[in-house]
Design a protein around this ligand. Structure first.
Ligand code: UD1
Length: 430
């Protein structure tokens, strides 16, 4: 297993380009199963989760090719409607294939999902919605088997009120509704930018989605998708707002001047507001999709609660905690989305902090002087927080289990190196 060695304290300089969004790319790849025509995605990030998803699509019988135009997925002829445990266990987003398989073929079988160990991450909202659209669902031996009994084997539209604005459930149901009979209205839908991007992609394929990115999404079912009618040849996925936030925080923590390129700053409104309240000096150039981070005076602590979009993203909670460690005054961060998302705290404390947890809140007194130490990644965003902390820690930090980072950050070590960080990737834990 690879590990990262960072010698701090670091100063960043120059410009870093944010890759395409992992969390937008994954459902978009899945949605390509809805189309009988090949579809090309221009700018997929090179990540382990994307490779896993491509493997899953290939396992289902899709033909995936890669060339200078991008990645083309041809789902005209699938050989199975079943997603096996080996792939689903490593990545929760694999569960999203159930909606499109049911929608297009009238059946699907998917193992119960795994993914990051950040909580129970139930799928009841997905299944309730699919059942309302006419799917017969059975759970047995660790998998979900769904089919449609009606003669035409098509789901039907209807009104679905989500008990919580789950991102995955909203996406699964939008895809299920795309080829359903009639109109589906999803109420209390997740409003994340990745949901909006999926809606745009379904429309690019020839579907009829309105309101994606708002709390009510209306999907008019169509008989088939004909992406040739959209007039565009390739689809471009939105930039990764979580990666952007991570680099912005890296610069803020280290008192650096950094240009972060390929950022849609409106996707980060809440994050930017919190950072500015803490005293981070940011310049936004929305026309050119740029955020400039400039050195600031003393940073102040904050009280932040994670919440569904447009609230503060749970995926930036760990990185914000890293920033709070160097603020001069105390902070409290409360996690409301996942019940086990503070696994970075004991690791951060190994660097010389005394963050303590009570219930779903973390108390960070701030103003810490960090010292490098061996630390271990536990999940994707927790790993990002460890890297950020290692940037400000005095001396060497060895960060192990970085396969978590490779799931979601394209070229993190090479990007940081190009910004002047003393960072090396040691193969096989050397
Ligand atoms: C997606 C993101 C993840 C992000 C999360 C919240 C992807 C690939 N992953 O995950 O990075 O942290 O949104 O912004 O896009 N829940 C239920 N029942 C359900 C579904 C969800 O109880 O049927 C609960 C989960 O256990 C969790 C909360 O709802 O506590 C949020 O889950 P959800 O919004 O579905 O997140 P994901 O789509 O898994």
């Amino acid at each position: 297993m690879d590990k990262l060695i960072i010698v701090g304290p670091a100063k960043l300089s120059g410009s870093v380009r944010v890759s395409s969004s992992k969390n937008a790319s994954l459902p978009i790849l899945v949605a390509s199963l809805l189309s009988t025509r090949p579809v090309t995605l221009k700018n997929l990030p090179r990540l382990r989760d994307i490779e896993t998803m491509l493997k899953l699509l290939r396992n289902l019988g899709a033909v995936v090719t890669q060339d200078e135009r991008g990645t083309t997925i041809d789902s005209a002829n699938l050989s199975t409607f079943s997603a096996t445990y080996e792939l689903v266990k490593t990545m929760r987003a694999s569960f999203l294939v159930l909606g499109p398989l049911l929608s297009r073929f009238g059946e699907g079988k998917v193992s119960l999902p795994g993914g990051c160990a950040i909580g129970v991450r139930a799928i009841d909202i997905h299944l309730d919605g699919l059942a309302k659209m006419g799917a017969k669902i059975e759970l047995n031996a660790g998998h979900v088997q769904a089919k449609i009994d009606s003669d035409d084997r098509r789901l039907h539209g209807g009104e679905i009120h989500l008990s919580f604005p789950s991102v995955g459930a909203t996406e699964n149901l939008m895809m299920a509704a795309t080829l359903a009979k009639g109109t589906t209205i999803i109420k209390n839908a997740a409003r994340e930018p990745e949901v909006e991007d999926l809606g745009n992609f379904i429309n690019f394929l020839g579907g009829k989605v309105k309101g994606a990115g708002e709390s009510e999404v209306i999907i008019e079912g169509v008989d088939y998708l004909d992406c040739a009618s959209s007039g565009q040849r390739e689809y471009e996925v939105i930039p990764d707002r979580i990666e952007a936030a991570t680099y912005i925080i890296a610069a803020a923590m280290t008192g650096s001047t950094l240009e972060v390129v390929n950022v849609i700053s409106r996707h980060l409104d809440t994050v930017i507001a919190v950072l500015r309240d803490m005293g981070v000096n940011l310049e936004l150039d929305e026309e050119n999709n740029l955020v400039r981070v400039l050195p600031s005076n003393e940073l102040k602590g904050m009280h932040v609660d994670t919440a569904p979009y447009p609230g503060f993203p749970t995926d930036v909670q760990a990185q914000l905690m890293a920033l709070a460690m160097v603020a001069k005054t105390p902070s409290v961060i409360t996690e409301h989305i996942f019940e086990n998302r503070f696994m970075h705290v004991p690791e951060l404390n190994r660097l010389g902090t005394n963050i303590f947890l009570r219930g779903n809140s973390a108390f960070i007194s701030g103003n810490y002087k960090l010292k490098g130490a061996p630390i271990m990644c536990t999940d994707l965003r927790a790993s990002a927080a460890l890297v950020l902390a290692a940037l400000v820690a005095e001396g060497r930090s060895d960060i192990s289990r970085i396969y978590h980072l490779d799931r979601g950050y394209e070229g993190l070590d090479s990007k940081l190196k190009s910004l002047g960080v003393n960072i090396e990737r040691a193969k096989n834990g050397l």
